[in-house]
Design a protein around this ligand. Sequence first.
Ligand SMILES: *Cc1c(COP(=O)(O)O)cnc(C)c1O
Length: 397
Amino acid sequence: MNGRQGAADLALFGAPPLFTAPKSTSNLVQPEFGRFLDYAQAAFVTPGTPPGAVTKLLEERLAQFHEVAHCVSFCSGFWALAVTMIALARPGRREVVMPSLTYRRMADVVAWTGMLPRFCEVDSSTLAISAATASACLGDDTALLLGVHPIVNCCDVEGLVDLATQQGIPLLFDSVESVYEACDSGRVGGFGYAECFSLHASKLLNGFEGGYVTTNDRALASTLASLRDGGTLQRGALDARLGDTHAAMALANLDELDAQVLRNRERYYHYRKLLPAVPGIRLIDFDETHRTSYKNIVVEQLDNWPLSRSLTIDILNAERVLARAYYAPPLHSKPMAYPYIPADLPQTDRLAGRFALMPCGDFVTIDDIDTVVALLSFIRAHADEIRARVETAEVNV
Ligand SMILES: *Cc1c(COP(=O)(O)O)cnc(C)c1O
């Protein structure tokens, strides 16, 4: 900790920050540049290559990777979700049952489709929607059930599949956070009617930007492709195609994905070794009985941690440790400019205050993790002094 002695030595109170470059909580992986160029070259230099050839190759490779029959690429995860929701929704019904403790733009996606989000609770052990939390929200107006995987491990895939089958409700998974994972019944990608993914640079599989849908339903795949390519939706036509340059980037990263996961594992193991020495901070473990990507570091702030989560995050951010709150505020408690169904979700409210993401991904070294954990210990050791300084408003942010 560079000879820091007390609270005054924290960047929050004006000292120089611990890191010169910010330490992100996203993967931000870049493939070997030559590999990207090789894929890109096929689109731009090889005579006779039709437009979209690289994208088509990516779709084939992703279908193999997820062990499904069809993959339909999109320009983003957002549009992959919106178009698939429209294609799957039960006609004449308006509600999409989904968790509130989730991706911040999920309700915006539903709003764009013209349907209404009906927010459900999450299970406290997985932090995700489950059959039990979803079933309480199903009703005569349910158009679609949206199973969303949490940032670490998987949601209750088998339970949701059974529930949707029993109730005859279309089931879509948002599997953006579980590209690499498997659950009891196998590899993520082939469950429900379809699964949606993102290729944004901050996600496990970086295509600069982009998204895709996997399904075993041939008719659905062809409907999705035609809606994406200018087919008419109620709100007008859309062009949501993925470009070949993006596909080339995603292919290069797909080739290197196993190597990336090994690096993620090394970082995760290092956190797992060091964090037990910091009382009040609990690391969320990856379920190693299934295939997993070790991609994000999520910690729970326990009741014996001496400072609030927001102050803790402010202290870390001032040091350029870009820790952030896990899916907070939850969607049902945010002001919204469009209609939704108000919900009372005490469990979600409680959980939304407890978790945070810590630095991970390709720009975080093992030494950086030593420094981040030492900083957490320092914060704990000087908590009283920090609180006293904040109360007298000597904060420099
Ligand atoms: C990022 C994200 C999306 C949206 O993907 P984009 O490609 O950024 O539009 C959807 N769902 C989840 C869970 C995400 O994290």
